[in-house]
Design a protein around this ligand. Structure first.
Ligand code: HEC
Ligand code: HEC
Ligand code: HEC
Ligand code: HEC
Ligand code: HEC
Ligand code: HEC
Ligand code: HEC
Ligand code: HEC
Length: 256
């Protein structure tokens, strides 16, 4: 917060200014705790908390956003984004990685490719919205809900999507995914998500037969190999977002 904003806030509302100051203080303390807790957990090379001041002037941490945006915070708090630096599978492969610092480009917030350091663990609010702007909400934290945002980390999923009719028709990631909770807007274990847009093309026999057997769309249209931890190391796991049907999937149920 710059001085003139602080002064004008104080003039208009002394309590708001006090509250803001408290929030910022709590925010920075939380941030320091976050980072040092993370350091204890992983081997070198990891960021040096003492350099955080110069590394990350604007970042505040999700706790601060939560003060004013509890709904978004609670939707996000239990997701794999929030836990992206703590996932045990991630921790395990991190130790084996030749350049562990690089993992945090996608598994943390505020990664700096030059120094190899990051600001906060997890894919936090500011990983997507950018560092906190001192005069927000005066200044907007809005950014485009584009597939490039998601694809900057979900590289293979973006490539699959681009090759698909969804990509060509511009059906964005957030058309199907709730952005903060990550989950699909309608449970994928029902057909409702797809049926919302697809009625006509699914009246043929093969679709009708399987529908009556209660086999849902993504059983055939979203094929994902079971164990892909090693591909995920570079964001390259296959997530089935071409929505093309892999003939192998039929063989899973039809021996003949
Ligand atoms: C370019 C971005 C990117 C980089 C760099 C990256 N990851 Fe990932 N990682 C992802 C994404 C996105 C996912 C989740 C979805 C997916 O698999 O596509 C993921 C998932 C994972 C998972 C799977 C977690 C699970 O429970 O299924 C592991 C393990 C993992 N990453 C380890 C690593 C390690 C170790 C490194 C560094 C050597 C690394 N990643 C670097 C983007 C990245
Ligand atoms: C994975 C990226 C990502 C993360 C992480 C994220 N956001 Fe967002 N947020 C978005 C996108 C994209 C939109 C725009 C949604 C749209 O236009 O449909 C958005 C919209 C918002 C909005 C506008 C109202 C709304 O819900 O559309 C608020 C407020 C917000 N985010 C706050 C937060 C807070 C607080 C956190 C952390 C607890 C957070 N965001 C984490 C990507 C993210
Ligand atoms: C002091 C309270 C406060 C804090 C702290 C705060 N916001 Fe906001 N934010 C607001 C208000 C007020 C709005 C306008 C709400 C509306 O239009 O419904 C807003 C709006 C937004 C929007 C919608 C687009 C825009 O900017 O108008 C996004 C996105 C957003 N905030 C993200 C964040 C993120 C991310 C953080 C933490 C880094 C954060 N906010 C921290 C009060 C706050
Ligand atoms: C800063 C990097 C980053 C950005 C930006 C990002 N993600 Fe992620 N996302 C990840 C990582 C890393 C994981 C995997 C974490 C894990 O499994 O430990 C993940 C996991 C997911 C998952 C859940 C996968 C699962 O198995 O639980 C979904 C869904 C997802 N992201 C959707 C999105 C969408 C939609 C956007 C854009 C609005 C987006 N992500 C933006 C890094 C990112
Ligand atoms: C047409 C709808 C649709 C679109 C568009 C879409 N997704 Fe998905 N996505 C799904 C469904 C359905 C699932 C499976 C959810 C489940 O199994 O519960 C899924 C799962 C995922 C997963 C978890 C993958 C795994 O293997 O567990 C990630 C990550 C993801 N989506 C990211 C993205 C990103 C990034 C984009 C944009 C480039 C995107 N999605 C666009 C419907 C969509
Ligand atoms: C927001 C609307 C929307 C949702 C939700 C949606 N789709 Fe689509 N889908 C489209 C559009 C638009 C196209 C491209 C035009 C067309 O071919 O009908 C398309 C194309 C497709 C295609 C390719 C058709 C072809 O001709 O090659 C398949 C397969 C498909 N969708 C499957 C799914 C499945 C499975 C789901 C659910 C996980 C889903 N879609 C959810 C809008 C949607
Ligand atoms: C038993 C497997 C199976 C199930 C379940 C299934 N599909 Fe399909 N679907 C196919 C096959 C096979 C094709 C044709 C080959 C292809 O396009 O990849 C197809 C084609 C499509 C097409 C393109 C049709 C065209 O004429 O261009 C759409 C759209 C589609 N499916 C949507 C859906 C939706 C929505 C659901 C769920 C209600 C669903 N499918 C369930 C196997 C399935
Ligand atoms: C999740 C299991 C499952 C998958 C995957 C699956 N099917 Fe089926 N299919 C069934 C069941 C169950 C029936 C109804 C019982 C039967 O006739 O065997 C059926 C029926 C059929 C029928 C009608 C058979 C008849 O005798 O009338 C055809 C044709 C068929 N499937 C083709 C396919 C094709 C092609 C694919 C891949 C695109 C596929 N199925 C994927 C389970 C599956």
């Amino acid at each position: 917060m710059n001085r003139s904003t602080a002064a004008s806030l104080r003039r208009h509302s002394p309590w708001l200014a006090l509250l803001l100051t408290a929030v910022i203080l709590i925010g920075s303390v939380t941030l320091t705790v976050y980072v040092s807790a993370g350091q204890a957990g992983v081997g070198a090379p990891l960021p040096d908390a003492s350099s955080l001041g110069s590394l990350a002037p604007g970042f505040r941490g999700p706790q601060q956003c939560a003060e004013c945006h509890p709904a978004e915070f609670h939707a996000w708090a239990d997701t794999t984004h929030a836990k992206a630096s703590f996932n045990p599978a991630f921790r395990e492969l991190l130790h084996e990685a030749a350049e562990p610092g690089e993992c945090f480009a996608c598994h943390a917030t505020g990664y700096n490719a030059v120094t190899g350091q990051f600001v906060m663990e997890g894919v936090t609010c500011e990983a997507c919205h950018g560092p906190y702007r001192a005069s927000h909400p005066g200044q907007s934290m809005e950014m485009a809900a584009s597939q490039e945002l998601c694809g900057s980390c979900h590289t293979s999923t973006l490539a699959e999507w681009e090759s698909s009719r969804h990509g060509q028709a511009g059906i964005a990631c957030v058309a199907c995914h709730e952005v903060h909770a990550q989950r699909t807007r309608v449970k994928a274990s029902t057909d409702a998500l797809c049926a919302g847009c697809h009625q006509q093309n699914t009246q043929d026999e093969i679709h009708q037969v399987h529908k009556s057997e209660r086999i849902v769309c993504i059983t055939c249209h979203l094929s994902r190999p079971a164990d892909q931890a090693s591909q995920a190391v570079s964001g390259h796991a296959i997530t089935g977002h071409s929505f093309a049907v892999d003939p192998q999937v039929c063989a899973g149920c039809h021996q003949d």
